[in-house]
Design a protein. Structure first.
Length: 180
């Protein structure tokens, strides 16, 4: 009889939690709406277009909804997620990123809106290189913002136009505690 009471208690708890679990799964509860960003990208991108994800984590929209990015060129990607055994793939280092971006006259950037607005500065050198090149060598164009993610066109800066101010320096990294 005790086992039946235990099973009944578990079922009752599950039934009470079901509405909460369903609410947590609704798209409105997510901090980002990857499907909406994917739809924006699908309207903006054409086959062969170069795309830059800033920071690397925004690549999750392309991994989740690859159809919108089919035929585009991921400018920073060196090795895909599956081949690299990582979630987002492996990107080029800062120097290689600068070389790759130097060959482009225009590109689409899928980025964290707060990052582009100067709300935070990435610590990773490659992410800072992406941002620095965009600020000094490109002019932002049309954009669409959805749920904190921006899909923006960047066009190479015409000679004679001043670059945007440089990025602020990184704050000092606090020392790591000694292992004991």
């Amino acid at each position: 009889m005790g086992a039946v009471a235990g099973v009944a208690a578990v079922v009752v708890v599950l039934l009470q939690q079901l509405p909460l679990l369903q609410a947590d799964r609704s798209p409105g509860r997510r901090p980002d709406d990857l499907a909406a960003v994917s739809r924006i990208a699908a309207r903006a991108l054409r086959p062969g277009d170069p795309v830059l994800f800033l920071p690397v984590q925004t690549r999750n929209v392309a991994l989740t909804y690859p159809g919108a990015f089919r035929g585009t060129r991921d400018v920073a990607l060196v090795e895909g997620a599956a081949a690299s055994g990582t979630l987002y793939g492996r990107e080029a280092g800062p120097d290689e990123l600068r070389r790759r971006l130097a060959r482009l006259d225009r590109l689409r950037v899928v980025a964290d809106q707060a990052l582009l607005a100067g709300g935070w500065t990435p610590r990773n050198a490659a992410e800072r290189a992406k941002l620095a090149v965009l600020r000094t060598e490109f002019v932002p164009g049309e954009e669409t913002v959805r749920e904190g993610v921006t899909v923006r066109l960047y066009v190479r800066r015409a000679s004679g136009r001043p670059p945007l101010p440089p990025l602020p320096p990184l704050p000092p990294t606090p020392p790591r505690p000694a292992r004991g």
